[in-house]
Ligand binder design. Structure first.
Ligand code: G16
Length: 540
C-alpha cells in the first residue's frame, strides 16, 4: 500500500450552492470528479494531519463508490481518523451531532438531500467544518477557486475498506472507526425530550405514520418511534434506505410524499403523520386530513418551548430565512425574544447559534431545528410535535388552529418555476432588481408596495454581508420574495414565495387566499412572458 500522486485536469463547475456540491450523478461519475473536489477541500483547509472527520451518506446511488474514494484521499492527505457510519450511512443531523459530541474537525455527508437519486438522479457532497454546520461561503468560495486550478490529488493505493462491521481498522496511519450511526443520535433525542411522556402517549393508543421515503431516516425512525417509544410496528413506512429511494422523490411535501398523504387523508387515518427527506434534515408534519406549513410549524414549536425538558428554562431567540413566513417573529415579539432574518441556507444560522443569539430556527423548505446541532433536524421536529401533543392532549389541527386564533394566520405558498434556462432566469432577476425602486408607492388592486429591495444580510458575528433574493412588501402585510435556487443540478429554478397575514380570517384556503398575490408576483416579474410558463411547476 502506498500513496499515489495522480495528475488531473480541473472541472470548472465545482461551486457549492445553498448546501454543498449538488450535481447529476453522471456528472459526479466523471473521471476524477470526486477526487478533485475532495482534494480541493484538503488543499484549502490546510494541513489535514492530526484531523478527525465524520463520513457517511444517505445511501443513494454512488454513495458506496464515492465513500471509498474519500477514505483513500483522506488517508493520503494525512487525516488521523475517520468516523464512518456502518455501511456508509449517516443522516445529516446525526453527522452534525457526531462532529459536536466528539469535537471533530468536520465531516462529509454524501447526499443530494431531497433531490431524487439513481444514475439519472442527483448526487452531492455536503462539507461541514468544526462548527458542525456546513462551511461558510468564505470557505466554500476558496475551495471552488482551488478546484478550478487543481492539477493533482493524493490517494492511498489500496483495496476498498469493508464498512459493514462495527469497530476500528487502519488504512496506512489513518484510523477508521465504523460506528452505529443511530445510537448516539437516539441518545441525544432522549436527553432533549421526555421519552416517558411519549411512551405513555403511544401506550394510550396514539397512532402515527412516519414516511422515511426509502431514505436514510428509516433505521433512525424505527429505532426511536417503534423500538424506544412503542409506536406500533409498521408505523414507519418506506423504512429501508434504497440507492434510488425506490423511485421516490425523497422530498417531504404534499407533492412528493404521496403514500403518506393518501394515508393521512384517507379513511381511518392515524392521529399523526410525518415524513423526512433523503438525508433526514427536512420534515413535514401532518394531522388527520391536516397539513402544517413549515413556517407555522416553526412558530408553533417556538410558542411551546417550555413543554420540552431541554428548553423549559428559556430560549435565546429565533431565526428564519428571509423567505420563510413572518409567523415565528410574531411569537418572538409576543414573548420578547429576538427574531433574526437570514439568507436561505442553514449555514447562516450557525453563527447565531454559536453566539447564543438563537435557539430555534427554520426555513419554509421543511427545515426546522435548534442549537442541539448545527443542521436542521427532521426527527427532532417530529419528536417536538409529538411532545406538544402528549403534553396538551390536543390534535395537530387543534394545536394549529389555536395558534392562529392567538396570533393570526400567515398564509403562505411557494411557487417554483423549474428548468428555466440559466441566462433567462438571470436576466429576469437582474431586470426585476433594476425595477424594484420604481415599484415603491405603486398600487396593484388591494396591494400597495411599501418597500422593494434586494435582501442583504449583515452577519452580526463575522460581519460578512450576503445578498440573497428580492423582497417586495405591501401595506396590507403581504410579501413576495423572489430568488433562484442554489441546489438544482441543471438549469435554473425560480422560487417565488407569497405571504399574506390575516389577524381574523384564519379559516381560508391558502391557494385561494394567495391567488391574487401569486398572479401579481408572476406579473411583476414577467414570468410567463420570459419563461413561457403560465403556471408554477411545483407549489408547496
Ligand atoms: C433549498 C431550500 C433551502 C435549504 C436548501 C438546502 O435551497 O430552499 O431553504 O436550505 O435547499 O436544504 P437541503 O439540505 O435539505 O437540500 P434552494 O437554494 O434550492 O432554494
Amino acid at each position: 500500500m502506498s500513496i499515489k500522486i495522480v495528475s488531473t485536469s480541473p472541472y470548472d463547475d465545482q461551486k457549492m450552492g445553498t448546501a454543498g456540491l449538488r450535481k447529476k450523478s453522471k456528472v459526479v461519475m466523471q473521471p476524477n470528479y470526486v477526487e478533485n473536489f475532495v482534494q480541493s477541500i484538503f488543499n484549502t483547509i490546510g494541513d489535514a494531519r492530526g484531523k478527525v472527520y465524520v463520513l457517511g451518506g444517505d445511501g443513494r446511488f454512488y454513495n458506496d463508490i464515492a465513500i471509498q474514494k474519500i477514505i483513500k484521499i483522506a488517508a493520503a492527505n494525512g487525516v488521523a481518523k475517520l468516523i464512518i457510519g456502518r455501511n456508509g450511512f449517516v443522516s445529516t443531523p446525526a453527522a452534525s451531532h457526531i462532529i459536536l459530541m466528539n469535537k471533530l474537525d468536520g465531516g462529509f455527508v454524501l447526499s443530494a438531500s431531497h433531490n431524487p437519486g439513481g444514475i439519472d438522479g442527483d448526487f452531492g457532497i455536503k462539507y461541514a467544518n468544526q462548527s458542525g454546520g456546513q462551511a461558510p461561503s468564505q470557505v466554500s468560495d476558496k475551495i471552488y477557486q482551488n478546484s478550478k486550478t487543481i492539477r493533482e490529488y493524493k490517494i492511498f493505493d489500496s483495496e476498498d475498506i469493508d464498512l459493514s462491521g462495527l469497530g476500528t481498522q487502519k488504512l496506512g496511519d489513518m484510523i477508521i472507526e465504523i460506528i452505529d450511526p443511530v445510537k448516539d443520535y437516539a441518545a441525544m433525542m432522549e436527553q432533549i425530550f421526555d421519552f416517558d411522556a411519549l411512551r405513555k402517549l403511544f401506550a394510550g393508543g396514539f397512532t402515527m405514520k412516519f414516511d422515511a421515503m426509502n431514505a436514510v431516516t428509516g433505521p433512525y425512525a424505527v429505532k426511536i418511534f417503534e423500538e424506544m417509544l412503542g409506536a406500533a410496528p409498521g408505523s414507519v413506512i418506506n423504512a429501508t434506505p434504497l440507492p434510488d429511494f425506490g423511485g421516490l422523490h425523497p422530498d417531504p411535501n404534499l407533492v412528493h410524499a404521496k403514500e403518506l398523504i393518501s394515508i393521512l387523508y384517507g379513511e381511518n387515518a392515524p392521529d399523526f403523520g410525518a415524513a423526512n427527506d433523503g438525508d433526514g434534515d427536512r420534515n413535514m408534519i401532518l394531522g388527520r386530513k391536516f397539513f402544517v406549513s413549515p413556517s407555522d410549524s416553526l412558530a408553533i414549536i417556538t410558542d411551546n418551548y417550555a413543554l420540552i425538558p431541554a428548553y423549559k428554562d428559556g430560549i435565546y431567540g429565533v431565526a428564519r430565512s428571509a423567505a420563510t413566513s413572518t409567523a415565528v417573529c410574531r411569537v418572538a415579539q409576543a414573548r420578547d425574544l429576538p427574531c433574526y432574518e437570514v439568507p436561505t441556507g442553514w449555514k447562516y444560522f450557525v453563527n447565531l447559534m454559536d453566539s447564543n443569539r438563537i435557539t430555534f430556527c427554520g426555513e419554509e423548505s421543511f427545515g426546522t431545528g435548534s442549537s442541539h446541532i448545527r443542521e436542521k433536524d427532521g426527527i427532532w421536529a417530529v419528536l417536538f410535535w409529538l411532545s406538544i401533543i402528549a403534553a396538551t392532549g390536543k390534535s395537530v389541527e387543534e394545536i394549529t388552529v389555536e395558534h392562529w386564533r392567538k396570533y393570526g394566520r400567515t398564509y403562505y405558498i411557494r411557487n417554483d418555476y423549474e428548468g428555466v434556462p440559466t441566462d433567462i432566469a438571470d436576466k429576469l432577476m437582474a431586470d426585476l432588481e433594476a425595477k424594484l425602486p420604481s415599484l415603491v408607492g405603486q398600487s396593484f388592486g388591494e396591494y400597495t408596495v411599501t418597500a422593494a429591495a434586494p435582501f442583504v444580510y449583515n452577519d452580526p458575528v463575522d460581519h460578512s454581508s450576503t445578498a440573497n433574493g428580492l423582497i417586495i412588501k405591501f401595506a396590507n402585510e403581504a410579501r413576495i420574495i423572489y430568488r433562484l435556487s442554489g441546489t438544482g443540478s441543471s438549469g435554473a429554478t425560480i422560487r417565488v414565495y407569497n405571504e399574506q397575514y390575516s389577524k381574523d380570517n384564519i379559516s381560508g384556503d391558502s391557494l385561494e387566499v394567495l391567488k391574487k398575490l401569486s398572479a401579481l408576483a408572476a406579473d411583476i416579474a414577467e414570468i410567463s412572458l420570459r419563461t413561457g410558463k403560465t403556471q408554477a411547476d411545483v407549489t408547496t
